[in-house]
Design a protein around this ligand. Structure first.
Ligand SMILES: Nc1ncnc2c1ncn2[C@@H]1O[C@H](COP(=O)(O)OP(=O)(O)OP(=O)(O)O)[C@@H](O)[C@H]1O
Ligand SMILES: N[C@@H](CCO)C(=O)O
Length: 301
């Protein structure tokens, strides 16, 4: 007995400035994953592209954890897991590589075990593994998502903006794990900073829903995580400023970083070049990639 499925999952950018652990956007950068379940026992894994040679081929692999979670929940009698991954999403850079891995594993295993889980159940399971819903929600549903947790259950809103925009992701050559980037965050923040973020997050969602993209300049400001994470990313403030000076609608840290993301209506290449140059001034090698909003989320290919 063996059956196989192929899944494509988008990368995601989370937080989008003030929407810490809540807002996320699916992006047109993808990982492909082929899963075969069998009764032959063992775990085997082939990885091409990002993470090749570094991703573990045992039960510690987050894709394997996600698959095993589905097998346990559904009681499906398979003990052999064969994975073939082709990764384009860089690892530990702020473009949702872990969310894509988790969602890929859950969606693939669900497909092979009779599609017994709803997308909402997959969201809850993915959030339980990832720890927060902001990357996994857009990886599942595509588009822009706002998610909250309520006693272990995720509630989400998914929408597409009426007016499209592009994103320029500037990807520095170094990794920064989400774990390390969360360690520098404080346990509490001044009330004024909470108010600052509540108002910007409301403005951000309003701007994206209505297409009033000029508001993004202020709507992407944040005081909950970016000021604390700046110490981990050489030149961060200058790279964000370079994006705005080159004509970006606004710019922010992507997820936990170190990627920085500019929102653009035009001039995307010039903005990417200006951001790379600003990183280079701080002795950081970087490249940029133009991204659009992915509207589908994880799909079977
Ligand atoms: N395709 C994959 N297969 C297995 N594990 C993966 C894969 N992609 C990422 N991971 C795991 O996830 C880790 C990176 O997750 P982390 O949350 O630190 O960063 P990220 O998800 O890329 O960024 P962010 O959450 O800020 O968007 C890797 O070090 C690896 O352990
Ligand atoms: N909201 C998360 C996204 C990265 O996983 C963070 O900023 O830590």
């Amino acid at each position: 007995m063996a059956n196989t499925v192929k899944i494509r999952v988008p990368g995601t950018t989370a937080n989008c400035g003030p929407g810490f652990d809540a807002v996320g956007i699916a992006c047109t950068i993808y990982n492909d994953l082929e899963l075969t379940l069998s009764d032959q026992g063992g775990i085997s894994l082939e990885v091409a592209g990002e993470g090749a040679g570094a991703i573990p081929a045992d039960a510690s692999n987050v894709v394997v954890k996600a698959i095993q979670m589905v097998l346990t929940k559904t009681g499906y009698p398979a003990n052999g897991i064969k994975l073939n991954m082709v990764n384009n999403i860089p690892l530990a850079r702020g473009l949702g590589s872990s969310a894509a891995a988790i969602v890929g594993g859950l969606v693939a295993a669900n497909e092979l075990t009779g599609n017994r889980l709803t997308k909402e159940e997959i969201l809850d399971m993915a959030t339980a593994i990832e720890g927060h819903p902001d990357n996994v929600a857009p990886a599942i549903f595509g588009g822009i998502t706002v998610s909250i947790m309520d006693s272990g259950t995720a509630k989400y809103l998914r929408f597409l903006p009426p007016k499209n925009f592009s994103m320029v992701a500037v990807i520095p050559e170094f990794n920064l794990s989400t774990k390390a980037a969360r360690k520098v965050l404080p346990d509490s923040v001044p009330f004024a900073d909470a108010v600052f973020n509540v108002s910007r997050t409301a403005l951000l969602i309003g701007a994206l829903c209505t297409g009033e993209l000029k508001l993004l300049l202020h709507a992407l400001e944040d005081r909950l995580h970016q000021p604390y994470r700046e110490q981990l990313i050489p030149g961060m403030a200058q790279v964000l400023a370079a994006a705005r000076q080159a004509g970006a609608l606004g710019a922010a840290l992507s997820g936990a970083g170190p990627c920085l993301l500019a929102f653009t209506a035009d001039n995307s290449d010039e903005i990417g070049q200006a951001m790379v140059k600003a990183f280079n001034i701080h002795k950081v090698d970087a490249r940029y990639q133009l991204l659009q909003i992915d509207t589908q989320g994880a799909i079977i290919v």
